[in-house]
Design a protein around this ligand. Structure first.
Ligand code: FHN
Length: 437
C-alpha cells in the first residue's frame, strides 16, 4: 500500500512538472500579416547558424565556465580586459554560413554571464566599453548579413549571473526575487532590446533563453513581447523556455532535440505547437568554444539532423562557438564545407518544404513541395525495400533524385513499398522523388 501511495505521489509530481507553464496573464496575441509572412520565410529557410561567442571563449571551456569552474564574477569579469578578437571578420563568418547552405544567423548578444557583445548604453560591461577591442562586432555582422541576404537574429539571455537587480539564486516570492529591484532588471532588458531592435537594421528574431532559471517568476512577457512586436512587427519571438509556447511567441524551440522528442532531456512534456519549429544543436559538446572539446558531430550526423528536422516540419539551428581571436575553429569549417557540398546539390529537398507527412521511421523521413515528395532513406534497412506506412496518396511517378533511374513501388492499403534496387548508392541520404496526383 505504502508503495502504491508513493507511486501515486511520484506520478502526480511528474505530471505537475510536465504541466508546468507560465502562469502570468498574457495579452491576447494576433500576429500581424507581416509577422505571419516572416514566419513563413523563417520556415522556408530551414537551416541557420547559431553563434555562441563572448568573453568565456578565452577560457575555452564552454559558455558556462564561470559557474562550472566556480569563478567569482569579480574575477571572471576581468576576462574582458583580454578580449581582443582582432581576427574577427564578419565577411568570413557569413561566407562560412552561406556556403554551408545556412540562410540565417542567430548570435548571442548577451549570454548568462552578463557580458553584452554589442554597444549598449544600458550596461558598461560590454565589448565596446570594457575590452581593448572597443568595437561592436554585431554591427559589422548586421551590415555583412544585409549585404549577403542572410537574416540576422539575436539570442538574448533572460538569466543574468551577475547583476544585483537579477539577484541570481534569490528566492522568488510572489513572482519577484527577494531583495532585488526586479523592476530595474525588466527595464534594463527592455532598454537593451530596444537598442537591438533599432540599431542593427531589420532583425529576424529575438531568441530568449534562461527562463528555466526562474520558472515561477513574473517575467513580464506581456510587456516585453508587446515592446518587440510594436518596435518591429516582423521580428519573430522565440523563447527557449522548454515549455509549450506562451501567447506572443512566434517560434517554438527544441534544444538538442527534434520536435516532439526528448532525447536531449529539455523537452519533457512539451507539446508541439502550430508555430514554426526550430531545433538547435551543437557541432561538438559545448555551445561556447571548448578548447578540448573533441566530441565533433560527423557531417553525416548533421545532415541527418537537418533532414529529420525538415521531415518534422522544423528548422535546424546549428551552433558554432568561435575562438577568442574571432575565428571559427578549422574542424567546424571543414564539416560545414562538407555539409555545404550536400546542401548545394540536395538543398531543394529541405528548403521551402513541408514535413509531418508521416511519423518517424527507422529508415528516414519524407519532405514535400506541392505534389513532389522527397523520400529520404537515411538508414539502409538491409532489405530490398522500405515501407511507408499510412500513405494513401496516389503516386504517379517515382525516380531517383537525379531523375535517371525509375524506381519501382507498390501501393497497398496499408501504405507503399519503395524498392531500393538500382537507386544510385549514397551513404548519407538516398533520395527518391515521388510525384503524387
Ligand atoms: O544555458 C544555455 C546554454 O548555454 C545555451 O545557450 C543553450 C542553447 O540552447 N541554451 C541554454 C540551456 O538551455
Amino acid at each position: 500500500m505504502r508503495k502504491l501511495i508513493l507511486l501515486a505521489v511520484f506520478s502526480i509530481t511528474i505530471l505537475a512538472t510536465h504541466a508546468q507553464q507560465y502562469s502570468y496573464p498574457m495579452r491576447e496575441y494576433t500576429p500581424t500579416a507581416e509577422n505571419l509572412e516572416a514566419r513563413k520565410e523563417f520556415q522556408d529557410m530551414r537551416f541557420g547558424m547559431f553563434i555562441h561567442w563572448g568573453v568565456y571563449s578565452i577560457l575555452g571551456d564552454g559558455e558556462w565556465v564561470m559557474l562550472n569552474q566556480k569563478i567569482p564574477f569579480n574575477t571572471y569579469k576581468r576576462l574582458a580586459d583580454f578580449f581582443n578578437p582582432l581576427e574577427f571578420n564578419a565577411k568570413e563568418w557569413v561566407q562560412i554560413a552561406k556556403s554551408a547552405g545556412m540562410k540565417y544567423i542567430t548570435i548571442t548578444s548577451r549570454h548568462h554571464d552578463s557580458f553584452s557583445m554589442f554597444d549598449t548604453e544600458a550596461s558598461d560591461y560590454n565589448i565596446v566599453d570594457a575590452t581593448p577591442y572597443g568595437k561592436d562586432p554585431l554591427k559589422e555582422l548586421a551590415e555583412e548579413c544585409k549585404k549577403e541576404g542572410i537574416k540576422l537574429n539575436f539570442y538574448y539571455s533572460l538569466l543574468d549571473w551577475a547583476r544585483d537587480d537579477y539577484g541570481f539564486g534569490k528566492k522568488i516570492v510572489d513572482g519577484v526575487p527577494e531583495d532585488t529591484d526586479w523592476d530595474s532588471y525588466i527595464a534594463f532588458m527592455k532598454a537593451q532590446l530596444t537598442e537591438l531592435l533599432t540599431n542593427y537594421g531589420e532583425i529576424g528574431c529575438i531568441w530568449f533563453d534562461g527562463h528555466w532559471d526562474r520558472k515561477t517568476a513574473d517575467w513580464r512577457y506581456d510587456e516585453i513581447y508587446a515592446l518587440i512586436h510594436e518596435l518591429s512587427p516582423k521580428t519573430l519571438i522565440a523563447n527557449n523556455h522548454h515549455l509549450t509556447p506562451i501567447p506572443g511567441e512566434d517560434i517554438q524551440t527544441f534544444e538538442r532535440d527534434l520536435p516532439g522528442e526528448n532525447k536531449g532531456g529539455y523537452s519533457h512534456g512539451v507539446q508541439v505547437s502550430e508555430l514554426p519549429l526550430e531545433s538547435c544543436a551543437t557541432m561538438a559538446k559545448f555551445w561556447g568554444f571548448g578548447l578540448n572539446d573533441k566530441n565533433f558531430k560527423s557531417t553525416e550526423a548533421i545532415i541527418h539532423f537537418l533532414v529529420k528536422a525538415a521531415g518534422k516540419n522544423g528548422n535546424l539551428l546549428l551552433n558554432v562557438g568561435p575562438m577568442p581571436n574571432g575565428k571559427i575553429q578549422p574542424e567546424f569549417i571543414e564539416t560545414l564545407k562538407e555539409v555545404g557540398d550536400w546542401t548545394s546539390t540536395y538543398g531543394e529537398t529541405v528548403y521551402g518544404t513541408q514535413g509531418n507527412l508521416i511519423s518517424s521511421q527507422d529508415w528516414g523521413t519524407i519532405t514535400a513541395k506541392g505534389k513532389e515528395l522527397f523520400v529520404h532513406i537515411l538508414e539502409t534497412p538491409g532489405l530490398p525495400y522500405i515501407f511507408i506506412p499510412e500513405f494513401n496518396e496516389k503516386i504517379t511517378s517515382a525516380y531517383s533524385f537525379d531523375g535517371n533511374v525509375k524506381v519501382k513501388y507498390k501501393q497497398v492499403e496499408e501504405g507503399v513499398f519503395i524498392f531500393t534496387e538500382g537507386i544510385p548508392a549514397n551513404s548519407v541520404d538516398q533520395i527518391v522523388k515521388l510525384t503524387i496526383k
